[in-house]
Design a protein around this ligand. Structure first.
Ligand code: PMP
Length: 391
């Protein structure tokens, strides 16, 4: 075989990719061992039947050919309307590109924002694909550690210290894996650094409908930020449409025009019947989005209640998203060791914090993706297990 391009092989260099516990849990399940699965961010409900109905109607109605590459006009218009309504920032179809999910939007945004060989900054702990995405577009993936003692709000001086010569900064609020929602103060500080150092800000807002405390602020709405912010959005989490692969980028018109050319040369757009289904889903409005988010809000309250009753495992205040992050350092184990032993001894699968970067070492991420009773039961068993390690 001829040599593979380093552009490809550098995406995930050899070694641990952080998914070992997840893979092992799947193997145990396949082998017939029941495992309580709290690893990935997948709802415990499927895409709503009404959305599937809209998809079916669109496909049978003939929307199965090539769709408009930047997205059908009606969907782009609806996304623009939604973004304008939620942020107050004037947004038109020319600011919107429909993409095959948020992941493709993250990749495309960085191809736009970071020239090859430049530093692309991101905050650690991070969503597991971030470094690979940044390496994939030829950037120098540069983590900036946030700290557990700050509730994982990043420190502005730490971003400032890396900003010289960087091209872009990627942030994610509400945050996966920590559940942290960035405060206005944090976002204003970030905006100032971006302006001072002429950085693009890529704002991953795929959890914007899952906020339990405080408010979601899009940094695109801060003064003079619309011209340097690319917002990544997705139907995956807000509408339980993870498999449909539909999301968007919202940004300056000129950037979107170039990103359209990229779409023509890569994805060639998103299936028309999927876009029709996404349009139908968005038109169900905020009440529908609240219904999809409600189970996570309930389970977050269950977690707060259970964690209060013991003092070995510390809950990082989870203000949003579908996960809780637990500090298990008192057990003396790493997140990875704890997750492996929890899987072996209790048949509960969680993600080691280390899968999300060095800043999350000694933590575990627990997805809130099973029914309330089973979720509460799993957390109680997890705490009891931690207590035995602390004896
Ligand atoms: N960003 C974050 C923070 C995520 O957690 C995810 C999915 N888990 C994505 C982006 C990508 O989501 P999708 O491609 O399904 O829109």
């Amino acid at each position: 075989m001829p040599v593979l391009s380093p552009r490809l092989t550098n995406i995930t260099p050899s070694g641990s990719d952080g998914w070992e516990v997840f893979t092992r849990a799947r193997q145990m399940i396949a082998g017939g061992t029941p495992v309580t699965e709290l690893t990935i961010g997948e709802h415990d409900i499927r895409t709503d039947a009404s959305i599937l109905g809209a998809m079916d109607k669109a496909a049978r109605g003939g929307h199965t050919g090539y769709a408009m590459v930047p997205g059908i006009l009606a969907l782009r218009t609806e996304v623009a309307r939604r973004v304008e309504e939620r942020t107050g920032v004037e947004t038109t179809v020319e600011n919107v590109l429909i993409t095959p999910g948020g992941q493709a939007a993250l990749f495309a945004s960085h191809l736009a924002a970071c020239p090859e060989g430049h530093k692309a900054l991101f905050i650690d702990p991070y969503y597991a694909t971030y470094p690979g995405t940044l390496r994939g577009i030829g950037g120098i993936a540069t983590p900036i550690q946030a700290h557990a003692e700050d509730g994982f709000q990043p420190r502005i001086e730490d971003i400032e210290a890396e900003a010289e010569g960087a091209a872009s900064l990627l942030i994610n609020s509400p945050n996966n894996p920590t559940g942290v929602v960035y405060t206005r103060e944090t976002l204003e500080g970030i905006a100032e650094v971006c302006k001072r150092h002429d950085l693009w800000l890529v704002s991953d807002e795929v959890y914007d409908t899952q906020v339990w405390e405080g408010e979601h602020i899009s940094p695109r709405a801060l003064p003079d930020m619309a011209e340097r912010t690319l917002v990544v959005g997705s139907m995956s989490k807000s509408h339980a449409m993870t498999g449909s692969r539909v999301g968007w980028i919202v940004g300056p018109k000129e950037a979107i025009a170039h990103l359209m050319n990229l779409a023509t040369h890569t994805t060639y757009g998103v299936a028309g019947f999927i876009q029709d289904a996404a349009l139908f889903a968005l038109r169900q409005g905020p009440a529908f989005e609240r219904k999809i988010a409600a189970p996570f809000e309930r389970r977050r309250a269950i977690a707060v209640d259970i964690l209060k009753q013991q003092n070995h495992v510390r809950l990082i205040p989870a203000d949003g998203a579908m996960y809780v992050m637990l500090d298990i350092r008192e057990t003396g184990l790493t997140g990875e060791e704890f997750a492996n032993r929890l899987l072996d001894d209790e048949h509960i699968a969680v993600m080691p914090g280390e899968s999300f970067g060095q800043a999350a070492a000694g933590h575990i991420r627990v997805a809130m993706t099973i029914d309330d009773e089973a979720y509460g039961d799993a957390l109680r068993r997890l705490c009891a297990f931690a207590a035995t390690l602390c004896e």
